[in-house]
Design a binder for this molecule. Structure first.
Ligand code: LER
Ligand code: MN
Length: 270
């Protein structure tokens, strides 16, 4: 397993769980200074910066790109894959495919979190899950061209009513024959929803492809009440070799958070 830390350039998500939000070059430098292997990027969209500029920063600081988030499609542009309006759904999938292409050129997978949306009103749960599966099929195929997976993230009940558990996500992938889709185990969401986080990871088996390594309160691991030992043991048991990524609140400040999180990740991997 490898370490990653979030760098955001989305002002609309300033209150979100993104550690370094200063100008990008400073974020890369801070990630390196703290000893991370890679960064997870949260950008306003695919045209925010050129691939060459990101590659130059990654090379300069000797950091990998773990993943790219698509959440700005929701928080900045109001797009959802399950919106009742077909033209909004179309813009949403277009945004996601472009983010897949952006990440793909960096060798990094894209993540679907908040852009999955919710069912309700004129949209039934079945309808929303059908639209989501169609979008995931397109996303999985687009990502395959770059030899990366597409990452689907079950969220807690306050953020979506579609899929809240890792096991439901695994079943959904299998039942809909979704190729090249992996699950994101965000330990903050799982702390709210799962009966037993470690067991949920074991039950999802090979489907977990990315981890947001957050404590119970979404602070850096070690600042809440999660016991990471059984969770890390579960990840090892299922053969997980991906990232433990710091998608956490920059509390008490970004530097203290980054320092605590890398300490916790190193302990986990020792
Ligand atoms: C994104 O990774 C996530 O976990 C969501 O809670 C953001 O809204
Ligand atoms: Mn997350």
């Amino acid at each position: 397993m490898k370490s990653a830390i979030t760098l955001s350039q989305v002002p609309e998500a300033a209150a979100g769980p993104f550690v370094f939000q200063q100008p990008l070059a400073e974020g890369f430098a801070a990630a390196k200074k703290h000893g991370y292997d890679s960064v997870e990027l949260f950008f306003p969209g695919p045209d925010f910066i050129t691939i060459d500029e990101v590659k130059a920063l990654a090379t300069e600081h000797d950091l990998g790109i773990a993943a790219v988030g698509t959440g700005a499609g929701m928080v900045k542009h109001g797009l959802s894959l399950t919106d009742p309006d077909a033209s909004v759904r179309e813009k949403a999938i277009d945004f996601i495919i472009k983010m897949i292409e952006f990440g793909g050129q960096l060798g990094a997978p894209a993540i679907l979190g908040s852009m999955q949306g919710k069912w309700g009103g004129d949209v039934s749960r079945d309808q929303a899950l059908t639209w989501l599966a169609e979008a995931l099929k397109a996303a999985g195929a687009a990502a395959a061209k770059y030899d990366v997976p597409f990452i689907y993230e079950p969220l807690n009940r306050y953020e979506t009513n579609l899929i809240n558990h890792l096991a439901e996500g695994a079943k959904y992938i299998e039942e809909n024959s979704l190729d090249n889709i992996v699950l994101l185990a965000d330990l903050f969401h799982m702390n709210i929803e799962e009966t037993d986080v470690a067991q949920a990871i074991i039950d999802a088996g090979k489907h977990t492809g990315h981890v947001h390594y957050a404590d119970s309160n979404r602070s850096a691991m070690g600042m809440g009440h999660t016991d990471p030992a059984p969770i890390v043991a579960a990840l090892k048991q299922v053969g997980y070799t991906g990232y433990l990524s710091a998608e956490v609140f920059p509390k008490p400040d970004a530097d203290a958070c980054a320092a605590q999180e890398i300490k916790a990740i190193k302990e986990a991997l020792a």
